[in-house]
Design a protein around this ligand. Sequence first.
Ligand code: UD1
Length: 338
Amino acid sequence: MNKTVLVSGGTGFIGSHTAVELINAGYKVIIIDNLSNSEKNIVDGIERITGTKVIFEQIDTCDIKALRGVFDRYDFDSVIHFAAFKAVGESVSEPLKYYRNNLISFMNILELMKEYTRHNIVFSSSATVYGDADVLPVTEQTPRKPATSPYGNTKQMCEDILRDCCAAYPVTHGIALRYFNPIGAHPTAILGELPRGVPNNLVPFITQTAAGIRKELSIFGNDYDTPDGTCLRDYIDIVDLARAHVAALNRMTDGKMTEKYEIYNIGTGKPLSVKELVERFEAVNNVPVPHKYAPRREGDVPSVYADPTLANKVLGWKAERDIDDTLRAAWKWQQSLS
Ligand code: UD1
């Protein structure tokens, strides 16, 4: 069995943690990344944690000529495709940048997999594909609502592209993992989330505020129809999320897929409000996070959380890390940066 896997976007937040878990599970990892939102030294971090040398090439997945070279040089049968832009707000102001990057990179990978007869691909999808769902928790059968941003639209489109390629090409087998809200850091504090500029996502903003880099956290909206008026989300630990990729890949490489294209929710199934998350972070880390209530943020859905039963049953994967440990790891990582 070919246990070599190409990881596009492998120096990013989710990609780097996944590379570690793949290596721990006995896979050989080839990382490609254009370093547009990450640093080369992340590769050193992966190697330090695993004690294993990693192949890294600085390549843009949109550059099909360079990507073809990777397919020529390495013998792998599986790909995990993370390489994509992910800032929701930026996607609204620069839609073409998002459509071009996220769609072309994915189609290049699928094109070359078909040409070089490479079988398995895991795609990074997102809970964003559900939009403002009518019924919670969402299952994989919950109808997708129209995307609220070009970023979300690219996730929906890539899912559709993958579904169609799996249906049309005998060689292509795909799994889309719909992530809920990935947070935390590696327990060693060697890897974590490295947002450039002012963070958009909640937890990096919390850790930077606790560290004094930001003056105050704004909690966007306290008048939602939720128990405490702030939004509900399903926060999934980054190491748990990384392990879901290993479970998906094992299923593919063991030839256990029953459909050519499968979708799984990757979440805890336990919603937390923004207010609860902030207070929990303060309590477990014994550090204040100055915060105030601010108007709702455009494009936010009031509540979204997973029914992860399918992934639990079929992938044999379950979120295991305690939220308190996740919030401790996020703080330890932030402190390691100063
Ligand atoms: C967004 C994306 C999601 C993506 C995720 C991780 C959408 C609609 N959402 O999720 O696809 O997977 O990022 O990159 O496409 N909040 C504050 N103050 C802040 C920041 C956030 O109150 O300074 C609140 C938000 O209003 C929200 C919650 O915290 O209720 C989580 O926000 P965020 O971390 O940005 O993730 P999502 O918007 O849920």
